[in-house]
Design a protein around this ligand. Structure first.
Ligand code: URA
Length: 205
């Protein structure tokens, strides 16, 4: 019999991984979040984007980057000519971390213990998908992928080596950084720099 191609059960392996992640208790964040928000996208994607963690809307929808930061991300991808349906999108931390203020759930940054605990899932997603380019959106994703804290402005816009040799890592800003800039001119400038980073990444893919 002809042996199956090596990736023939890639979808099955990914689905099994996702199912395991759905009941993850590697850190305490599962206790308050609605659900695990796993990555999504084609398993032969050449670019994997890694965000920080799901926000309020992602936690409810069970999908990454569907809220306000997702809208900024989608608009920038479109300007850079990258089809979101052709890339894999995930997060460094798979559960929403928040503090309650009245009825509102306010985003709270994951700490290094939570980032390090959740690296297990990102590493497994990467080892199944093997993207030649992995993009860290912001400092949390950069820490997860590079195993150390970096200053975004020092490392953005150039390819870095992943510590496990798994292709190139690019670091850029997180879309929610753009959301928070109050001055319109500066916001436009930073959006253009983000799109420029995405265009460079696209050119390498
Ligand atoms: N911010 C992220 O980092 N990821 C999401 O999925 C949503 C907002």
């Amino acid at each position: 019999a002809v042996p199956p191609p090596p990736s023939s059960n890639l979808r099955g392996s990914w689905e099994a991984l996702r199912a395991e992640a759905m009941v993850c208790t590697r850190c305490d964040l599962h206790k308050c979040a609605t659900q695990t928000v796993f990555g999504e996208g084609p398993l032969d994607a050449r670019i994997m984007f890694v965000g920080e963690q799901p926000g309020d809307q992602e936690d409810l929808a069970g999908r990454p980057f569907v809220g306000p930061a997702g809208q900024i991300f989608d608009a920038a991808l479109e300007r850079a000519g990258i089809d979101r349906a052709g890339v894999y999108v995930t997060n460094a931390v798979k559960h929403f971390k928040f503090v309650l203020r009245g009825k509102r759930r306010i985003h709270s940054r994951p700490d290094t213990g939570e980032i390090d605990a959740c690296r297990w899932w990102v590493d497994n997603e990467r080892s199944l998908i093997r993207p030649p380019l992995t993009v860290a959106l912001g400092a949390t994703a950069a820490r997860s992928l590079l195993h150390k804290s970096v200053t975004i402005s020092r490392v953005r816009g150039e390819p870095l080596a992943l510590p496990d040799g798994g292709g190139e890592c690019w670091v850029t800003v997180h879309p929610s950084f753009l959301l928070r800039i109050p001055e319109e001119d500066r916001k436009r400038e930073e959006q253009a720099l983000f799109v420029r980073d995405l265009e460079r990444i696209k050119a390498r893919a």
